[in-house]
Design a protein around this ligand. Structure first.
Ligand SMILES: Cc1cc2nc3c(=O)[nH]c(=O)nc-3n(C[C@H](O)[C@H](O)[C@H](O)COP(=O)(O)OP(=O)(O)OC[C@H]3O[C@@H](n4cnc5c(N)ncnc54)[C@H](O)[C@@H]3O)c2cc1C
Length: 372
């Protein structure tokens, strides 16, 4: 798989994602791939899909909770960063930062994207989750989005995306990658726009905890209520699980005080949800997204990284040779079994290689038996 991915685009193995998520959680992934244009992304994604390879699409990592290790391919899209500002619409690729784009468009005297000047995510991530604030969101300005599903490119209209509060149909179509989109803008009064953006920036700076790593608001606001206020009223500011802590400045922000893991953040979220449910009988809904993983045990991950599978394979072959030649299978069978378990557990093709070993073992035993 590595060879094929490499032939398509830039790829890094066992890659550290700490600087690729705004929580600054320590996370590694099996493979990190960075297509530099749509053509590369298409080739890459159709290979990933047709081979059933585990993947997730990463924008700016400002709305996700990452595991200690992601056992798949991370597709990073920030190199798809072309855009074009026209008189009544903006065309933009998915990797463009929406806050940068919003500031540019607003400073040119166009309204529409002004609500997004403080949102530290990519266009793709924002279209996916219907990012918004100050009474507006992506659904108010999106004209259409171009998506790729590993097979064909489709043009989706605003209504096709079935937008809801902080949600779209893309959440149920994980195999749709947003390649680009068009946003509606209109000429407005520059001075008024600048004043509006300044007022909103001041509001953010005074109310949000922007000096610690976080992924913004953790929970959606329940109908007619503020999640932050509910949490604050329970006296949970400063409440923590290891280095994951409810911010003192904004109770709906969880911050990383240094070395928090995805597990710490999730445990803290669960504690908050339980307390809110108990006190108010309200089920808080998560606004951020937990990136799922199969195994999240640090010992397992450390072994997985250090075990060289080729060495393991040849080690088992060597032990087989010794035991067949010395007729002392009982002394080596335990070792072989242990190594086979390692092979199966730590490699996606482990079962295949274990079967090859079994065949080799049988063949070698028959060969030896017939020669004596
Ligand atoms: C300080 C701070 C303030 C914030 N304020 C706001 C706010 O006011 N309003 C708001 O809505 N959010 C806010 N956020 C959250 C976040 O910035 C937004 O949700 C943002 O739109 C996420 O974009 P991203 O590129 O970081 O997505 P990521 O976190 O990288 O990904 C989020 C999801 O989008 C998917 N995705 C990413 N790119 C694509 C693509 N091209 N195609 C398909 N799927 C894709 C990912 O697979 C993942 O499922 C804030 C975050 C922070 C840290």
């Amino acid at each position: 798989m590595k060879k094929e991915l490499k032939s398509i685009c830039s790829i890094k193995e066992n890659f550290e994602l700490k600087n690729f998520n705004t929580y600054k959680l320590n996370c590694t992934c099996d493979y990190f791939v960075e297509p530099k244009n749509v053509q590369e992304l298409k080739e890459l994604f159709s290979f990933i899909k047709s081979n059933n390879i585990k993947y997730f699409v990463l924008g700016n990592g400002s709305n996700i909770i990452l595991p200690v290790h992601y056992d798949g391919v991370v597709i990073y899209l920030k190199k798809l960063n072309n855009y074009e500002i026209n008189d009544d619409y903006v065309y933009t690729e998915c990797g463009v930062m929406i806050n940068t784009l919003a500031s540019k468009v607003t400073n040119m005297g166009y309204s529409g994207l002004d609500f997004a000047t403080g949102i530290p995510g990519t266009v793709g991530g924002s279209v996916y989750m219907n990012a918004g604030c100050f009474g507006s969101d992506i659904s108010n300005i999106l004209i259409s989005a171009t998506i790729y599903d590993g097979n064909e490119i489709k043009e989706l209209s605003n209504s096709d995306l079935e937008y809801e509060y902080r949600s779209s149909m893309l959440k149920n179509h994980k195999d749709y990658i947003v390649l680009s989109c068009k946003f509606k803008i209109e000429k407005s009064n520059l001075e008024e726009l600048k004043a509006l953006v300044l007022e909103r920036t001041n509001k953010r700076v005074s109310s949000q905890d922007l000096s610690h790593p976080s992924a913004g608001s953790v929970f959606r606001n329940p109908e007619g209520l503020s999640a932050g206020k509910l949490i604050d009223d329970l006296g949970l500011k400063g409440f923590s699980v290891n280095d994951a802590m409810v911010s003192f400045k904004h109770a709906n922000f969880i911050i990383n005080n240094g070395d928090a893991s995805g597990d710490d953040v999730i445990k803290l979220i669960e504690e908050i949800k339980t307390k809110v449910k108990k006190e108010y009988d309200i089920d808080l809904k998560l606004e951020q997204e937990i990136i799922k993983w199969v195994i999240n045990n640090s010992l397992f991950i450390a072994i997985k990284k250090s075990v060289k599978l080729t060495y393991l394979f040849f080690l088992i072959v060597l032990i087989s040779l010794v035991d067949n030649l010395t007729f002392l299978p009982s002394t080596t069978v335990g070792c072989k079994l242990t190594f086979c378990v390692f092979l199966v557990a730590f490699n996606e093709k482990g079962l295949f290689w274990a079967l090859i070993l079994l065949l080799f073992e049988t063949f070698f035993a028959i060969l030896l038996a017939s020669s004596f």
